[in-house]
Design a binder for this molecule. Structure first.
Ligand SMILES: Nc1ncnc2c1ncn2[C@@H]1O[C@H](COP(=O)(O)OP(=O)(O)OP(=O)(O)O)[C@@H](O)[C@H]1O
Length: 290
């Protein structure tokens, strides 16, 4: 059942005329099948993500969403094509150069992927210590700054097992933001959370987009998450890019089932809102009449 998630959205402004921050050029990915042969998880496709955008990747299970997302930071290396980040082709970098470039790309996951034996502080500090560029004072300051951003300063010395799911995801967000990335990749970040916690994690992601201008690419199977968060969305079916559109473009014809469902859900939400407003108005006028 679709979860109702709604709140006021004001995104970081995208910069028209600027080259895209992320450009996937004819990327594809094939996996070997156990019995021989291969499976096309992502067929050659191209996609641009503008600076400041919150870009949703949607599609049925197995459509290739996570594989495509993981190609952006080369966790999955494409078999063909180019992955451009801010004008730089990541597929041509050496291991060392790629490690540096990945500091511009944070990532969060459905199951949080925190270090269980490390405190919240150490989890957030982890990507900073990896590169050894920070002195202790600077590192402390950055970790506290990131924890403040996600509202978790009071949990600094807790361990992941002592946190709720929503708090764990916030720690993961703080950790991803610590190296000041340009992009945050989110792989089903709210699928393990209840509706209320989902809403607050989505608000945190929106804040990050608005306050820090971080571009977000999010894989989700929840259409309500797209409505609550995304500015643009791409629909994948069996590894193919079927369509992409701006979420507030209500005039365009949708060619995919999910594209049409997204539009229907928006209309349903608008009708419900109008219905609630009408009930409220009638209740107010009957109170006045008494
Ligand atoms: N490492 C791998 N080895 C073999 N097959 C894989 C591998 N990773 C993904 N696949 C296959 O590629 C296809 C696309 O997987 P992917 O995880 O990208 O889909 P998805 O759209 O994110 O699905 P879901 O919503 O279920 O997570 C699936 O059929 C999956 O089984």
């Amino acid at each position: 059942m679709a979860r109702a998630i709604s709140f006021y959205i004001m995104h970081s402004p995208t910069m028209p005329g600027l080259p895209p921050l992320i450009r996937l050029e004819a990327v594809s990915k094939t996996f070997p099948l156990p019995g021989g042969g291969s499976f096309n998880a992502v067929c050659p496709l191209s996609l641009d993500v503008a600076q400041g955008q919150i870009f949703g990747l949607i599609g049925k299970s197995g459509a290739g969403k996570s594989t495509l997302l993981r190609m952006i930071n080369l966790l999955e290396r494409p078999d063909s094509g180019r992955v451009m980040l801010d004008g730089q082709d990541l597929t041509r970098l050496s291991k060392r150069q790629l490690r540096m470039a990945r500091q511009d790309i944070g990532m969060i996951f459905q199951q949080f992927n925190l270090l269980q034996n490390a405190t919240v502080f150490d989890n957030v500090a982890f990507p900073l210590t990896l590169h050894g560029r920070f002195g202790k004072v600077e590192l402390d300051a950055r970790v506290h700054e990131c924890l403040a951003l996600v509202g978790l300063t009071d949990k600094t010395h807790h361990y992941p097992a002592q946190l709720s799911g929503g708090q764990k995801q916030r720690v993961a967000i703080a950790r991803a933001l610590a190296p000041r990335p340009k992009v945050l990749l989110c792989d089903e970040p709210t699928s393990a959370l209840d509706a209320e916690t989902t809403r607050s994690v989505l608000e945190t992601l929106l804040d990050i987009n608005r306050q820090l201008g971080v571009t977000i690419v999010i894989v989700t199977h929840e259409l309500s998450v797209v409505h609550a968060l995304c500015t643009r969305v791409a629909v994948l079916e069996q590894g193919q890019l079927v369509e992409q559109f701006d979420v507030d473009d209500h005039a365009g014809r949708r060619i995919s089932v999910l594209g049409r469902e997204l539009e229907q859900e928006r209309r349903r939400a608008e009708l419900l809102k109008a219905y609630d407003a009408n009930i409220e108005e009638r209740a107010a006028s009957s109170r006045e009449a008494v």
